[in-house]
Design a protein around this ligand. Structure first.
Ligand SMILES: NC(=O)c1ccc[n+]([C@@H]2O[C@H](COP(=O)([O-])OP(=O)(O)OC[C@H]3O[C@@H](n4cnc5c(N)ncnc54)[C@H](O)[C@@H]3O)[C@@H](O)[C@H]2O)c1
Length: 307
């Protein structure tokens, strides 16, 4: 039986990875989380162990036995956090501590969450080879994590480090993220309450919205990656906010017109789109969910989920 550690496993993406590892891979999974943005309800039905701890310190090192691989999701995930020191300490120093744990316990594979935020307003489709141009400290911390991983793997050649640059993820178990949850989640709630969906003028900004089920698949595929690398994980079919509203209307059997309002942000990405060639070549990543289908699946799940 394979054993895995999922850091940030009480959060949105981490809990989806943990459940899938248990159910599909029949694996023994340990979750490490400090429950800052995660919630135990994401782990209802989980049969593995949970260690409550902070990735930044070593307090948890002795509580987790040897594992076959680590999925590292724990981070400050709210991109509006402006405290630079805190962001770097949690995201970069915390990552270094997870790598140190791997080194000390002989774990040879670490799969970690990077982000499309490293690209900022860079050229699209975004390629792993283009120079990072983060527009906030969150994106900067993820770009530095990629550097840390590259240098670590160069020093410890028997280790494989796979960085996954997630684009805009949506799907089940994001409820407890609050504000940083996806637009799918927020617009669904507005529409469910009978309100018109509010989006920035005129809903034409494009995002590579990727369903969490594809993100989980990308993570699992990374278990077989032959070498250290950084790969984009997107949907392959970017869509705009008007299309999201259209998909929600269809899935919820509604006909609510968007209410457009001025974008208050001086910095805003007008388009994100992942170039997926590297993920296909190195991870055999083949996303299955386009916006319409992903939203329909997600709505079905939200309709039957009691919080
Ligand atoms: N959701 C997205 O759209 C998206 C996009 C790009 C990248 N990512 C990355 O994916 C990963 C997972 O994000 P998510 O959306 O599931 O966010 P999330 O906030 O739901 O999950 C993060 C988890 O990490 C835990 N955590 C935070 N700081 C910790 C610490 N110091 N020690 C231990 N645990 C800690 C939280 O309690 C939470 O359970 C993150 O690394 C995030 O940066 C997410």
């Amino acid at each position: 039986m394979k054993k895995y550690l999922v850091t940030g496993g009480a959060g949105f993406v981490g809990s989806n990875i943990a459940h899938t590892l248990e159910v599909e891979h029949k694996a023994k999974v340990t979750v490490l989380d400090n429950f800052s943005t995660g919630n135990y309800k994401n782990l209802l039905g989980f049969t593995g162990d949970i260690v409550t701890g902070d990735i930044q310190d070593r307090g948890w090192f002795g509580k987790i036995g040897k594992v076959d691989a680590i999925f590292h999701e724990a981070a400050i995930t709210d991109t509006t956090v402006m405290d630079q020191r805190r962001m770097m300490e949690v995201n970069v120093d915390g990552f270094r501590s997870v790598l140190q744990f791997a080194l000390e316990t002989g774990v040879k594979r670490v799969i970690y969450a990077s982000s499309a935020a490293v690209y900022g307003n860079g050229a699209t489709p975004m390629r792993e080879q283009q120079a990072p141009a983060p527009e906030n400290i969150y994106g900067f911390s993820k770009a530095i994590m990629d550097n840390t991983a590259r240098e670590f793997a160069a020093e410890y050649k028997d280790m494989t480090l796979v960085g996954l640059r997630y684009f805009n993820v949506y799907g089940p178990r994001e409820y407890y993220k609050g504000n940083p949850a996806s637009m799918m989640f927020h617009l669904y709630n507005q529409m469910k309450a009978g309100k018109r969906p509010r989006i920035f003028k005129f809903g034409e900004q494009v995002r590579d919205f990727v369903y969490v089920k594809d993100i989980v698949r990308g993570n699992l595929n990374a278990l077989d990656a032959k070498k250290t690398c950084v790969c984009n994980l997107g949907s392959g079919h970017p869509g705009n906010f008007n299309e999201v509203v259209e998909a929600l209307n269809k899935a919820m059997k509604l006909d609510l017109a968007p209410e457009y309002f001025d974008n208050p942000y001086s910095f805003y990405q007008n388009r994100t789109q992942a170039d997926l060639r590297q993920a296909k070549a190195l991870l055999n990543y083949r996303p299955e969910w386009k916006v319409a289908e992903g939203v329909a699946d997600y709505v079905k799940i939200m309709e039957k989920t009691k919080i």
